[in-house]
Design a protein around this ligand. Structure first.
Ligand code: NI
Length: 282
């Protein structure tokens, strides 16, 4: 097991991790084969067997506590950035998830409803690996040009599709092209969705060049939300460089809800970044 303290993490978190580790170890002593049955080689056991043999006081709760402490990032202290990937899931999403896992980076995905069928496992994987998932309409229209009924359907069907795929109801959405107005705000408010725009546009859909995309994303400032698209292989190719460059500058990669934790997300409202939420009650 490896523990990683995110860059910028305060010292108390390291101390908390240490305390939890020691407690976890103590709670296991006496029941673990190495603690209780000296001299007998520990048999090879599956995880299920291990749980069956020591159900009450195993080390698992401590382990979960470590994970919980580890994943809580306070963006008032840490230098946070929220990378976001729109328009998936697609053929390159799995590769992106592998890269993110290797760098222990959390991001946010805004999904197109009609792209989900057949890729439900990817949606579940995004959530299981700690990323945030939001809605990005059913078929990517400019919502401001739609009838009220069509506007509602674009969002409602996508929420339902994410729920069908992953048993998870999103609380954030991104309007295509960042195009929104009062009517859009009203519709998504009724669906319980906050609107998330961005601060840094990589224009990766136009410039299918991973060096250019990496350079633009790597210029992010503290608290920024960065827009990219995981449907372009050139963008996914750029991600290792982006993660390395921003990590070198001391950034922690968080989801949008983590970034905005200091500003509780209100359905219908429009959000840009952690430091600048000026707009848009609907
Ligand atoms: Ni989009």
């Amino acid at each position: 097991m490896r523990l990683v303290i995110p860059a910028g993490a305060p010292r108390w978190r390291a101390a908390a991790l240490g305390a939890v580790l020691v407690l976890g170890w103590l709670s296991g002593v006496g029941e673990h084969p190495l603690g209780g049955d000296h001299g007998r080689p520990a048999p090879h056991r599956s995880a299920a067997n291990a749980n069956a043999q020591r159900p009450a006081r195993s080390g698992w709760p401590a382990l979960l506590a470590i994970v919980a402490v580890h994943h809580r990032v306070d963006c008032r202290r840490a230098k946070c950035v929220a990378l976001t990937f729109d328009d998936g899931p697609g053929p390159y999403t799995a590769r992106l998830l592998d890269i993110l896992a290797a760098h222990r980076a959390k991001v946010t995905f805004f999904l197109i409803g009609r792209n989900i069928r057949g890729r439900e496992a990817l949606v579940r994987r995004e959530l299981a690996e700690g990323h945030a998932v939001g809605a990005h309409t059913w078929s990517h229209p400019d919502l401001t040009g739609l009838s009220t009924a069509a506007l509602w359907a674009q969002n409602e069907q996508t929420v339902r599709e994410i729920e069908r795929a992953a048993g998870f109801r999103p609380t954030i959405m991104r309007p295509p092209y960042g195009a929104t107005n009062k009517r859009v705000g009203k519709a998504v408010r009724r669906l319980g969705l906050a609107q998330i725009i961005w601060d840094v546009d990589t224009n990766d859909w136009r410039d299918r060049n991973s060096r250019i995309v990496a350079r633009r994303a790597s210029r992010a400032d503290r608290g920024d939300i960065v827009l990219m698209h995981d449907i372009h292989p050139t963008t996914v190719d750029a991600v290792p460089k982006i993660l390395t460059a921003l990590a070198r500058r001391g950034f922690t990669f968080v989801t949008v809800p983590e970034l905005l934790a200091a500003h509780p997300l209100r359905p219908g409202r429009v959000y840009f970044s952690g430091s600048d939420n000026t707009s848009g009650d609907s």
